[in-house]
Design a protein around this ligand. Structure first.
Ligand code: VGL
Ligand code: ZN
Length: 194
């Protein structure tokens, strides 16, 4: 049984754009540090790293008419529109991105979808399906935002039977109190906070 990292919504709009979150830049740095730690001793060949320790990326990936946007009756400013810079993964993480391990969510204009668990890759496979194919029992989660996508993704992974480890220093958030409360709630649900 293997481990994998799930890197959630490390997208420019959540880091420095229309929905810039607190601690987002630190979360990127610390996630890169985590990747270095788990791949230490390897030659640094990109394929070797990804073959031994899969890194799965989740992307909020909205159409311009998405219902969560204020102009369409939702609560968020327009963000992470497919094909825009705001919807791209931070450049420092790009070397680890593989199309088959990238899962998009929020693609349907009428659905919010905070959980990466509902995301699918270009081949239409779900996150859970691919984790099972990779024989993963343990998932380590980092990303943005603790109160929304991270919490929903972690709780869904836990319900599906994975051992879920939350990398608490690798998180960006909307509000610090909300971030703390979400971590406490996840801990209560059996998520391992590291
Ligand atoms: C998210 C706000 C808007 C998230 C998505 O995935 O955390 N937050 N859309
Ligand atoms: Zn969104």
């Amino acid at each position: 049984m293997n481990s994998a990292l799930i890197a959630v919504d490390f997208l420019y709009d959540f880091i420095e754009g229309s929905l810039a979150c607190a601690n987002a830049e630190n979360a990127v740095r610390n996630t890169l540090g985590y990747i270095e730690t788990v791949t230490k001793g390897q030659n640094g060949e990109e394929n070797e790293i990804l073959d031994t320790y899969p890194i799965l990326f989740v992307r909020d990936h909205h159409p311009a008419n998405h219902s969560s946007f204020i102009e369409n009756g939702g609560i968020w400013p327009s963000h992470c529109v497919a094909g825009t810079k705001g919807g791209e993964i931070h450049k420092d993480l790009q070397p680890y991105v593989r199309e088959e391990l990238t899962f998009d969510k929020g693609c349907d204009p009428s659905e919010e979808q905070y959980s990466g668990f509902e995301g699918t890759n270009a081949a239409g496979q779900s996150l859970a399906e691919v984790l099972e194919l990779l024989d993963c029992s343990d998932v380590f989660v980092s990303g943005i935002a603790t109160e929304y996508c991270i919490k929903n993704t972690c709780l869904d992974l836990k319900k599906a039977g994975f051992r879920v480890h939350l990398l608490q220093h690798c998180l960006g958030y909307v509000d610090e109190t909300g971030h703390r409360e979400a971590i406490a709630e996840m801990r209560q649900e059996g998520i391992i906070v590291e």
